[in-house]
Design a protein. Structure first.
Length: 159
């Protein structure tokens, strides 16, 4: 049995005291009924819960049953899978993530985190402090010559 929680808001504010129901409860594979939908109960502060055991991918539609709410707030779509709540999946994932070379990820984060400065025929990328240089590249046109400020860049070579 997997516990699912859903937050209901009305124009950004938590919606308490609602009586939501699951109006759409079907198998994604063929659109047939997934059986009797579970009952949703209120937790607190706009949070509601229900439990079920999906045997495959289910598509559900939660209806807050408050006609005063906009449709965007009133109807909440969700997908439920047979793997939701399966803690046996955590160990194999951890085994894989333990082998990640975090220096590569740090490098990518550094490149994306700061400013990019195109100056003449070079591109300089900075860390999020916008002062520490992460990498500098020569910019080239399709014919291999240096790409100026107004040229389309075809290639970059790290300096």
């Amino acid at each position: 049995m997997t516990l699912y929680c859903v937050y209901i808001a009305n124009k950004g504010a938590r919606a308490t005291g609602k009586s939501p129901t699951i109006d759409v409860y079907v198998k994604a594979s063929d659109g047939t009924s997934a059986g009797t939908p579970p009952v949703i109960t209120e937790l607190s502060g706009g949070w509601y819960k229900f439990t079920c055991v999906p045997t495959e991918l289910y598509v559900i539609g939660i209806n807050t049953n408050d006609t005063a709410m906009t449709d965007a707030d009133r109807y909440i779509p969700m997908m439920l899978t047979a793997y939701d709540g399966d803690v046996s999946l955590v160990s194999p994932i951890k085994t894989k993530t333990d082998t990640i070379d975090w220096t590569d990820i740090t490098f990518l984060k550094d490149i994306e985190g700061g400013k990019w400065l195109r100056d003449g025929t070079t591109l300089t990328l900075y860390k999020s402090d916008n002062a520490t240089v992460v990498a500098t590249f020569n910019l080239k046109k399709a014919d291999g010559t240096a790409a100026g400020e107004t040229d389309d860049v075809f290639e970059r070579d790290r300096i």
